[in-house]
Unconditional design. Structure first.
Length: 303
């Protein structure tokens, strides 16, 4: 891959790593820790990465050990590349375990330097939030998770905080990172587990200096916009959602990928999906028939 142009921030966008503390296979089929390590090795020759992002579902079980794994694995990769490292909770994450290890999700700053934090723990009912400056861009993490649920929502306090942060423009614009993307869902199950108030986010973003919103959750590469701002959804590290399958069913294939996002100084944006070559790619990792998908939607969707 060609190095980024001068003044361009290159972002390695990962999502849905679904790591486990005990090494259990995700959905009984995928060793997510091994998949993540193999993906990072595959990406090791990508030049000029200045920021590494994981846009939620960092952990499958919310255990501190799973967050230690991602901090060591992704953090060491970012540090070697001199990149900042930022992550945000998703619906499978547990705020207590996340904060115990990753604090506010802003782990490394510019140059891959560990950040000093004084806050170690907060009430799990309080959303995780933070911000960093990377290459003149303000990187803001937004917690869309709802404890105990699978769908996403931006509560009033999160929206007000984001509105306050974005009120003053940064030198070269802002990047917003969240888990549940403000885009239409690809399957019936994900529709039940989607972001419930994307219009509220659009209202906050419209007219601000935000250049891109980075999200995950759908386990497949998507692109769209909200409030006039581009939205990029990264492929899943854990598996790849089969969006061509029946809408009422949920099928995922074995597949691991990432996005390489280049954000130029003038706000221009390029995105390149990268897929990890593997012998078992495109084999079925998960299948839920319509009845099973409906049961999960009823259990973890809005009541």
């Amino acid at each position: 891959m060609q190095p980024p142009a001068p003044g361009t921030l290159r972002i390695l966008h990962l999502s849905d790593t679904h790591l486990t503390g005990d090494g259990a296979l995700h959905q009984g089929t995928v060793d997510t820790t091994a998949a993540l390590r193999a993906l990072l090795e595959h990406l090791d020759t990508v030049p000029g990465v200045g920021l590494v992002v994981i846009s939620g579902d960092v952990s499958e079980d919310g255990s501190p050990r799973s967050y230690e794994t991602v901090r060591q694995t992704v953090g060491s990769w970012a540090e070697r590349h001199g990149a900042a490292f930022v992550t945000v909770p998703g619906n499978h994450d547990q705020r207590a375990g996340f904060r115990q290890v990753l604090v506010d999700g802003h782990v490394l700053g510019e140059g891959g330097q560990p950040l000093m934090h004084t806050m170690e723990y907060h009430d799990p009912s309080v959303p995780v939030r933070g911000q960093s400056i990377v290459a003149g861009r303000r990187v803001v993490t937004v917690d869309t998770s709802v404890p105990g649920a699978g769908y996403g929502e931006l509560d009033a306090s999160v929206l007000e905080h984001l509105r306050t942060v974005l009120a003053e423009p940064s030198d070269h614009g802002s990047v917003v990172v969240l888990h549940h993307p403000p885009l239409p869902a690809p399957t019936a199950l994900h529709d039940a587990l989607k972001l419930r108030n994307p219009q509220d986010l659009a209202d906050v973003l419209r007219g601000t200096d935000v250049r891109v919103v980075l999200g995950g959750h759908y386990h497949h590469h998507f692109a769209g916009s909200v409030g006039g701002v581009p939205v990029l959804v990264a492929p899943g590290v854990a598996n790849d959602n089969d969006v061509a399958g029946p809408y009422e069913q949920e099928t995922a294939l074995i597949g691991t990928g990432a996005l390489v996002v280049d954000l130029a100084a003038d706000g221009s944006l390029w995105s390149t999906p990268v897929r990890l070559p593997r012998a078992d790619a495109d084999q079925q990792a998960l299948h839920l028939d319509a009845d099973a998908a409906t049961r999960i939607a009823e259990a973890f969707g809005p009541s």
